[in-house]
Design a protein around this ligand. Structure first.
Ligand code: SAH
Length: 239
C-alpha cells in the first residue's frame, strides 16, 4: 500500500516540477520575444545600425537587471529605477552610446557608473575586457554578483570614484560615462588611448545635458555633439 502512495506523491512532484520548468521556459521565451521587438522597433527603427550592437542588445536579458516587479517593463522604451535612487538607461540610449564607441572586439573598455551592470554586460558581449566603476558600494556589489551569475568573466567591477578613472588598468581603448558630468574629467582624457573614443553626457546651459562623442587626437579631444539626454548626475570632486 505504502509504495503506491509514494509513487503517486513522487509522480505528482515530478509533474509539478516539470510544469514549473515549462512555465519558466515560456516566460523566458516571452521575454526573448519582447527583447526582439525592442530591437526592431526602438533600435533598428531609429538609427542603431551597428550589427554587433544590435546582436548584443538582442542577447542580454535586461529583465535580469531590474527588480522582479519591473521585469515586465524591461523591454519598454524607457529608463527604469534601480536601487539607491539610480536608473538603468533607456535601451536606445545604451545602444546609441555603445555604437558611438565603435567597438570591433579586441578592446579594453572603461565604464564609469556601473549601476545595474546592464551597460557593462552589453560591452562584455562585444569586447575583450570591461572595467566598470561604481561609486555606491551596494550597487557595485550587487552588479558584480549579477554579472557573475549571468556568466560574464570579462568584466571587472570596482567600488570607487570613476571621476578619477582606473589608473591601475590604463590605458583604455574606449570610455563610456553613464552619469551626467559638468565637464569631461581630465583623468579620463589622460587614461584614454590615442585615437580612442569617449562618450559622455555633459551639462549644457539651461539645465540640460548633451551626449558627446570625443576622439583623442594628439593628446586632445575632438568632440561632437550627438543628442540631448537626461542622466543622473556624476558625483564630482568639489572645486
Ligand atoms: N550604466 C548603468 C546606469 C548608470 S546610472 C546601467 O547600465 O545600469 C549612473 C550610475 O553612476 C549610478 O549608479 C551612480 O551611482 C553612478 N555614479 C555617479 N557618480 C559616480 C562616480 N563619480 N563614479 C562612479 N560612479 C558614479
Amino acid at each position: 500500500m505504502g509504495w503506491r502512495i509514494w509513487t503517486v506523491v513522487v509522480l505528482a512532484g515530478c509533474l509539478a516540477l516539470g510544469a514549473s520548468a515549462t512555465g519558466q521556459d515560456s516566460q523566458e521565451a516571452a521575454f526573448a520575444r519582447a527583447r526582439q521587438q525592442m530591437v526592431e522597433r526602438d533600435l533598428k527603427g531609429r538609427d542603431i545600425t551597428d550589427a554587433r550592437v544590435l546582436w548584443a542588445m538582442g542577447k542580454v536579458p535586461r529583465h535580469r537587471f531590474v527588480r522582479p516587479v519591473l521585469a515586465r517593463e524591461a523591454y519598454a522604451d524607457r529608463a527604469l529605477p534601480i536601487d539607491e535612487g539610480q536608473t538603468i538607461s533607456q535601451p536606445y540610449i545604451v545602444a546609441l552610446m555603445t555604437q558611438l564607441v565603435e567597438l570591433k572586439g579586441p578592446e579594453r573598455v572603461l565604464e564609469v557608473g556601473t549601476g545595474s551592470g546592464y551597460q557593462a554586460a552589453i560591452l562584455a558581449e562585444l569586447v575583450k575586457q570591461v572595467y566598470t566603476i561604481e561609486i555606491l558600494p551596494g550597487l557595485a556589489a550587487s552588479a558584480a554578483l549579477r554579472l557573475k551569475a549571468l556568466g560574464y568573466t570579462n568584466v571587472e567591477v570596482r567600488a570607487g570614484d570613476g571621476y578619477q578613472g582606473w589608473p591601475e588598468r590604463v590605458p583604455f581603448d574606449a570610455i563610456i560615462v553613464t552619469a551626467g558630468a559638468s565637464h569631461i574629467p581630465q583623468p579620463l582624457i589622460a587614461q584614454l588611448k590615442e585615437g580612442g573614443l569617449l562618450v559622455i553626457p555633459v551639462d549644457v546651459p539651461g539645465g540640460h545635458q548633451e551626449l558627446l562623442q570625443a576622439r583623442k587626437e594628439r593628446g586632445r579631444l575632438i568632440t561632437k555633439s550627438i543628442a540631448p539626454v537626461r542622466f543622473v548626475p556624476l558625483i564630482e570632486p568639489k572645486r
